[in-house]
Write a protein that binds this ligand. Structure first.
Ligand code: GLY
Ligand code: MN
Ligand code: MN
Length: 492
């Protein structure tokens, strides 16, 4: 049956439209072979998602929780950006790149916890005109959708048609919370109902903020499924880096070689995963001093370094975040190697202290100790390294203005809504995954540094898992030392 929530197609003036005659409708609605629902088995992540919902339930006793997946965002006119579900939705449903846009998970409070129901727009029948006449969601246009029964088995959660979500909206009251930034339309509807229920003109969002905070903090420690996905994302990313290194001879030939780096990596990302976890940074020569250089329209010239910060996101949405800095000609100059080795020393020093029980912020402090010592040793600081490390000095930060680490997972900057006490000031636990990514960046016009340093930017970024008694560098097999990087390029 038709789902009454199917959106009307967007305006199609000046485009050919499907005939509306009843004769045509009858004709196109008939003559189709019987559909048999494909057999599905619960996906591996389903049990893990159920456990995450259980933990969420315990944090929000008696509250109705609404977690929308969101919908595709308009890029221009009637074309959209590729749809990606909100990370909170993906985490607690286990649904990844095959999410049906517009879905909503509702956790309804019960005497003993919550009942979860996943509302989504299921497959539309051929007795509707949606399947052939709706370019936004019709099967002829965007492909088939799964049935309610299939998703219920696949994800191990009760399902209901999106049309029934209206009944949930009718129950919205002051104890209902929503993830606000997932789907503006749903949030507006929930806000409207809560305003009515509260009989007031203003609404605080403290409860919603608490929900987002809890959902972020639930992701600070990864379960075994998530750790396996992180390993998979790193492995795929390693293939992408290998592809780029092998393609360097073509890359240097093109006037926009950085774009070729991006394209080569993207090819692997689409082949092995869902897509890239964030826009690839392909920063050659002085572009490496722009921390998030994603324009990627420059040449890749022998003699320069190229900083490549890239990660592949799997279909589960878990992503790697890895940076390597390569000498384009295949060998580092003496000064390039000096800077590279300093950054590597900072990364290794930071990694060496990682174990359960230390504070997250200690990792940054350790990397900064090395960065301060090196920049002082080279005569770049107006004070000693020791003095520069004082809280109100920090002169070495001129050459590395970013932090050393961030949590990593289903978002590249994962757990962003976690409380400071749990994140920056938090204590490491086994199962946490984060980056260690020190760098040194000498801007081309920075006259505080000798000329030979200007225009050099180096970052080395690895993905780290905290283990029971220490840490594992998940990306250690992507060449890291200057010698290993040169050998990598030589054998490619
Ligand atoms: N790729 C962005 C970052 O390293 O945080
Ligand atoms: Mn990072
Ligand atoms: Mn990065």
């Amino acid at each position: 049956m038709a789902d009454s929530t199917a959106p009307s197609p967007r305006a199609t003036s000046n485009r050919s439209t499907t005939p509306h005659s009843s004769g045509f409708s009858d004709f196109i609605s008939s003559g189709w072979a019987e559909r048999v629902d494909a057999e599905v088995v619960p996906r591996e992540q389903a049990a893990f998602a159920a456990a995450r919902r259980e933990r969420l339930s315990q944090l929000h006793v008696g509250q109705r929780l609404i977690l929308p997946a969101g919908s595709a965002k308009v890029r221009s006119n009637d074309t959209d950006y590729p749809f990606r579900a909100h990370s909170t939705f993906a985490h607690v449903t286990g649904w990844g790149s095959d999410v049906v846009a517009g879905s909503v998970l509702v956790m309804e409070p019960t005497a003993s916890g919550h009942d979860a129901t996943l509302y989504f727009r299921p497959a539309a029948g051929r007795d509707t005109n949606e399947f052939y006449a709706n370019p936004d969601v019709g099967e002829f246009w965007t492909g088939p959708r799964p049935s309610l029964a299939n998703v219920a088995t696949d994800l191990g959660v009760a399902t209901a048609p999106l049309a029934d979500f209206d009944a949930v909206l009718d129950r919205v009251d002051a104890s209902t919370l929503i993830v606000r930034d997932a789907d503006r339309d749903v949030t507006d509807q929930v806000d409207g109902r809560r305003l009515l229920a509260a009989d007031s003109e203003a609404l605080e969002h403290d409860g919603d903020d608490e929900l987002s905070r809890n959902l972020s903090e639930l992701r600070l420690v990864k379960d075994s499924y998530e750790v396996a996905e992180m390993r998979g994302a790193v492995d795929a990313t390693q293939m992408g880096f290998n592809d780029v290194v092998a393609d360097l001879p073509n890359i240097v030939e093109h006037t926009r070689g950085e774009r070729l780096v991006e394209g080569t990596f993207n090819r692997r990302a689409r082949a092995e995963g869902n897509t890239v976890g964030y826009d690839t940074i392909a920063a050659s020569g002085p572009h490496a001093c722009v921390l998030h250089w994603t324009r990627n329209d420059g040449p890749v010239k022998p003699g320069d370094l190229i900083l490549i910060d890239a990660g592949i996101e799997l279909d589960s949405y878990y992503t790697a975040d890895i940076t390597r800095t390569l000498p384009i000609s295949g060998t580092f100059t003496e000064v390039q190697r000096r800077v590279y080795d300093a950054v590597l020393e900072a990364a290794d020093a930071a990694f060496a202290i990682v174990r359960p029980g230390i504070k997250f912020r200690d990792i940054h402090a350790e990397a900064m100790r090395v960065i301060a010592e090196k920049t002082a040793e080279w005569g770049l600081l107006p004070v000693s390294a020791e003095e520069s490390l004082e809280a109100d000095k920090q002169f070495h930060r001129r050459y590395m203005v970013h932090g050393t680490s961030h949590h990593l997972g289903i978002d590249v900057h994962d757990c962003a809504a976690a409380r400071r006490d749990m994140y920056l000031d938090g204590v490491l636990e086994p199962g946490m995954v984060f980056t260690i990514e020190p760098g040194l960046y000498f801007q081309p016009d920075d006259i505080t540094v000798p000329e030979e340093y200007r225009g050099i930017g180096v970052r080395i970024e690895d993905d780290i898992l905290v283990t029971e008694d220490g840490a594992e560098n998940l990306s250690v097999n992507i060449p890291r030392t200057a010698d290993a990087v040169e050998a990598w390029i030589a054998r490619s």
